[in-house]
Design a protein around this ligand. Structure first.
Ligand code: B12
Ligand code: SF4
Length: 495
């Protein structure tokens, strides 16, 4: 069968598409795991963000797929709906399958969207079995993790337990299935690699626990190294490790760094997401190893520097420093110090706008980011389906927008008890633009050519909404913010 797999074009404030266009790891993993007789094409629509309609039309005409699959996050649901309509118009008999975080956590939302099959949680084995069943006409009732349309109603089969990843049942990704190109992270070709799946924490804002429960499973180093080599052989120079929480097992992470060095793969640049507690508590040995293995940017889940907010986010434990078995306070500064001492840069993940946040508490976090992080990645709490935080916000009546396309993390869709949503967003937006400028010298040193030819686009993106009048101080920042919001609304029309 011909199969076309699409990831959505929607991006958000911290991923300006002229600078960052990352592949969706799910789709190549699915492509690597179907039976060999199928012809699978993977198209990441972020690569053609302003030509979505033309590209999808061209691909459907050229590839003539029997099955079209879409990978969808919550803020991409509206775009997904429009793409499904387009595909149906182009090829009425096509079967549509959806997967990823949003379909898995809000399957009911897809029942009226022209979808035939919905794969919940991990997809490789379920999708393989689905294609077999479609091809052989053998029925779907035995496929765990699958929901499917049956006449006018939907059938939801039992869940599929998370895969243990230890055997070779999940085969490596198939990057040759990609039919578009142009992946980049500030001028260097980028790819994503998984070394593990799952997390045992339960932060209230995170979708991972509802998605797959609290567990942690790992791939073998041989497989991971082969995967990195494959990405490199496809032209990649920067690797993003997309593990949910690679720092859950620090000794394993250290061994992985050693394996990367031993395999001579440390000349690539690596980006990774990490818990502050793991870096603070093990930085003495871990940070130098990370540096030697090629790690350059570390996304730190700081979340918040105030204890009250950390409690609301249920993120205290992962941000706690321990000395001689005792809790000795917030781990953030120590983690940042270890990373900086080892020439790595900190992408500071902070969340501002929790229910009790005041102007002062938000400002304290913004000031912290100004002083200590190299690249801010500040977001607002966003009520994604089925997270504990969503329930808290709903119970307190603080959700201000149900327009899911705004659920991108940098549009404030909830208010606090003390501040309107728009004010929270304004404070973040105003502070963050200038923080990004401070990092430019580092980027120039690493990628001078890219900065020379593309840097101005990044600048223009960061300051969109500004005008000569605002630069001269003749217009208020609120006015610029209003313009920025209007531009952002327009950007969300991808189809
Ligand atoms: C890595 C990552 C990123 C990376 C890379 C994204 C990329 N291009 O791949 C970066 C940092 C760029 C990123 C950004 C964002 N992310 Co993100 N990200 C993740 C993370 C950590 C891992 C995702 C991943 O690659 N997993 C590995 C792959 C193989 O697994 P998978 O995606 O789950 O896919 C499997 C199944 O879902 C299923 N499947 C998926 N798609 C499909 C499609 C079909 C047809 C089928 C059959 C099956 C299927 O099968 C796959 C294989 O088993 C998750 C989870 C987490 N713990 O935080 C969040 C997560 C996915 N991100 C999230 C969000 C919200 C965002 C942002 C909007 C804002 C933010 N919070 O940072 C931005 C938007 C990005 C953009 N487009 O502009 C949310 C999504 C919540 C939701 N309900 O939609 C998550 C769950 C985190 C959270 N807050 O809970 N993200
Ligand atoms: S530690 Fe990270 S992956 Fe784990 S639940 Fe918290 S935010 Fe999610």
């Amino acid at each position: 069968m011909n199969v076309l797999l699409l990831s959505m074009p929607d991006s958000f404030e911290h991923m300006p598409p002229h600078a960052i266009r990352m592949p969706n790891g799910a789709l190549t993993s699915l492509a690597g795991n179907v039976d060999p007789q199928h012809r699978v094409a993977v198209a990441d629509l972020i690569l053609v963000q302003r030509q979505v309609r033309e590209t999808v039309t061209g691909l459907v005409r050229e590839l003539d797929p029997e099955i079209v699959g879409l990978s969808i996050m919550t803020f991409q649901r509206r775009t997904a709906g429009r793409i499904i309509e387009l595909v149906h118009a182009l090829r009425p008999g096509v079967k549509i399958v959806v997967g990823g975080y949003d379909p898995s956590l809000a399957p009911e939302a897809y029942e009226e969207m022209g979808v035939d099959y919905l794969v919940r949680s991990e997809g490789e084995v379920t999708f393989r079995e689905l294609l077999r069943a479609v091809e052989q006409g053998s029925g779907f009732d035995r496929i765990c993790g699958l929901s499917y349309r049956n006449g006018e109603s939907w059938v939801h089969n039992p869940d599929r337990p998370p895969h243990r990843l230890e055997d070779s049942e999940i085969r490596p990704p198939n990057r040759d299935a990609r039919v578009l190109n142009g992946y980049t992270l500030m001028g260097r070709q980028v790819d994503v690699i998984e070394t593990s799946r799952g997390c045992t924490y339960d932060c209230s804002f995170c979708s991972i626990i509802e998605m797959r429960g609290r567990n942690f499973h790992t791939y073998s180093f041989d497989r991971v190294l082969d995967d990195i080599r494959d990405a490199r052989d496809h032209g990649t120079r920067t690797i993003f490790l997309v593990d949910d929480n690679i720092t859950l097992n620090v000794r394993r992470f250290e061994a992985l760094c050693e394996a990367i060095i031993a395999a001579g793969l440390h000349k690539l640049d690596y980006f990774v997401q990490a818990m502050t507690s793991a870096i603070a508590n093990h930085g003495e040995t871990l940070a130098p190893l990370m540096r030697r293995a090629g790690f350059r940017y570390v996304f730190l889940g700081i979340e918040n520097i105030l204890e009250g907010d950390l409690e609301f986010l249920r993120a205290s434990a992962k941000n706690t420093e321990r000395t001689n078995g005792q809790n000795t306070g917030n781990a953030t500064l120590k983690a940042i110090d270890y990373l900086h001492r080892n020439q790595m840069y900190v992408v500071g993940g902070l969340i501002v706008g929790s229910p009790d946040d005041t102007r002062e508490s938000i400002e304290a976090n913004l000031e912290f980011a100004r002083r200590y992080v190299d690249w801010p990645y500040i977001q607002h709490p966003t009520p994604y389906p089925r997270t504990p935080m969503t329930k808290d916000f709903r119970d307190q009546g603080l959700i201000m927008s149900e327009r899911l396309e705004e659920y991108d993390g940098t549009t404030a869709v909830v208010r606090t008890q003390h501040l309107p949503a728009e004010e929270v967003e304004f404070m973040r937006w105003k502070a963050e633009r200038w923080m990004k400028i401070h990092h430019i010298p580092v980027v120039i040193r690493h990628d001078p050519r890219w900065v020379l030819f593309e840097g101005w686009k990044m600048f223009a993106h960061t300051f969109r909404g500004s005008s000569i009048r605002s630069a001269l101080g003749l217009e208020s920042e609120k006015k610029v913010f209003e313009r920025y919001r209007a531009i952002r609304r327009g950007e969300r029309e991808y189809t």
